[in-house]
Ligand binder design. Structure first.
Ligand code: COA
Length: 419
């Protein structure tokens, strides 16, 4: 394909996350990388959504992936040192592109042109505007299945660019798991959420279960980095109407979406949905403008002070910071806002506690002890705000699986957190 021939050795390239990745262009680039002496390329992407050639060991000399939020597809390459990862708050990603990093090539999947000659970056809008203004070369791949998403900044005039067309179906995310434990935790959180709240739901099975448990609520609003599958259910059930939001009334606001075809069809050309840049959606000051802002995310483990690790398993990088801290901080500053970090009390078939005396060696602190609000497991909710270290330890031990509580008490005593 001609576009792949316009990319040169040593260039820094970038693709939008998830459904924004232009698979036809990337496949053509892989063919060129295998057959020609193209070397030293970089491919930046927030979240890869398929099993790309650039992640394969034999491609390591020609192209190196930089992951901004590691996915099941890129994790192995990161763990084996064949790909790198970029630490950042999600809110700051556009500024890093604008102010710090160089960029040669943006390749992106876009929606078909509308009657006025405009394309939309569709499901993956988060940092795309900043990147579009920075890239020296822009190669859109127009896919007939990419929804056109409304929003002030993403109907972008791209005519005159070298583009290509594709019509493959967009990648879909596996349906979120719905285990009994998720439902129990979802129920606890839903009880804390008053009618009229504005909701952010994160990635993972528990936030999805919270969405399902909110079905009977009234006058909810959506202001969330990710537009999740359960938001469609909440809107269709009439639980969400965005009527009481202080800003962006009547609109559900998000910055990207990934899910099923049903979700993509719902979002297409839907005037009640606004996708905006992530430095707006995830700005804690913007989040805090919503009264009763409720943020629901998940984590890997928590220590007895309330330090939350959500992105690594020990020293092994697993996902990314994403917008967890942006939303925790925004909710902290919202009138009556709350943030809930949810998890099962144990992992690996009950063999290890996710509440630890201290974080596992090498674990990364995502949400700090000073920002954290409430931790939730299947044993209840601990609101850590305004609690001393000792009070936190006691409250968190009460959320641990009973099999681990004695051991946690013993360790907490050794650390002089409790006597
Ligand atoms: N120790 C060892 N392994 C652990 C563990 C722990 N403390 N906690 C979880 N795991 C394992 C699980 O057993 C599971 O392994 P498996 O796939 O082999 O069963 C795996 O890690 C994933 O855990 P799970 O709890 O199922 O993940 P999830 O899909 O619910 O996602 C996060 C949870 C924390 C990884 C995810 O929410 C995340 O990346 N968050 C950070 C960013 C964020 O919150 N952004 C905001 C909104 S998008």
């Amino acid at each position: 394909m001609d576009i792949a021939k316009l990319i040169d050795s040593g260039e820094v390239c970038m693709s939008p996350p998830m459904c924004g990745e232009p698979r036809k262009i990337l496949e053509a680039l892989a063919v060129r990388l295998r057959g020609e002496s193209l070397k030293g390329l970089k491919h930046h992407q927030l979240l890869t959504f398929s099993d790309h050639d650039f992640l394969k060991p034999e491609m390591a000399d020609s192209i190196r992936h930089v992951s901004w939020f590691t996915s099941p597809y890129s994790r192995k390459a990161v763990h084996e040192g064949r790909a790198d990862y970029m630490p950042s708050y999600y809110k700051n990603v556009p500024a890093l592109w604008r102010e710090v990093l160089d960029l040669d090539v943006l390749y992106a999947l876009v929606s078909p042109m509308d009657d006025h000659g405009y394309f939309s970056f569709g499901l993956s809008c988060s940092e795309t505007l900043a990147v579009k203004n920075k890239a020296k070369k822009i190669f859109p791949e127009v896919n007939s299945n990419m929804p056109r998403i409304h929003g002030p900044e993403f109907h972008t005039y791209l005519q005159g660019r070298r583009l290509c067309e594709s019509d493959y179906p967009l990648a879909e995310m596996a349906a979120p798991r719905e285990k009994d434990l998720d439902k129990i935790i979802g129920g606890f959180v839903a009880e804390e959420i008053p009618n009229g709240s504005t909701i952010q739901l994160g990635i993972g099975g528990i936030p999805n279960a919270v969405g399902k448990a909110l079905m009977h609520k009234k006058d909810l609003g959506i202001h969330s980095e990710m537009f999740t599958e359960s938001f469609v259910d909440l809107i269709e059930a009439g639980a969400v109407n965005n009527r009481l939001k202080n800003i962006n009334k009547e609109k559900s606001v998000a910055t990207f979406a990934g899910g099923s075809k049903r979700l993509y069809d719902f979002l297409h050309d839907n005037p009640s949905i606004d996708f905006r840049p992530v430095d707006y959606v995830n700005d804690p000051a913007v989040i805090a403008m919503h009264d009763n802002m409720m943020s629901i995310n998940s984590c890997v483990e928590v220590d007895l002070l309330g330090q939350v690790c959500s992105e690594s398993i020990g020293p092994l990088h697993f996902s990314g910071t994403g917008g967890q801290v942006d939303f925790v901080r925004g909710a902290n500053n919202s009138k009556n806002g709350r943030s809930f970090i949810t998890m099962y009390s144990s992992a690996k078939g009950g063999s290890l506690s996710k509440i630890k005396p201290i974080l596992t060696h090498g674990s990364v602190v995502t949400t700090s002890k000073n920002d954290v609000d409430s931790i939730v497991t299947e044993y209840g909710i601990a609101n850590l705000k305004g609690k001393t270290a000792g009070q936190r330890a006691k409250a968190l031990i009460g959320l641990a699986h009973p099999d681990f509580r004695d051991e946690l008490r013993f360790e907490a005593k050794k650390m002089n957190l409790i006597i």
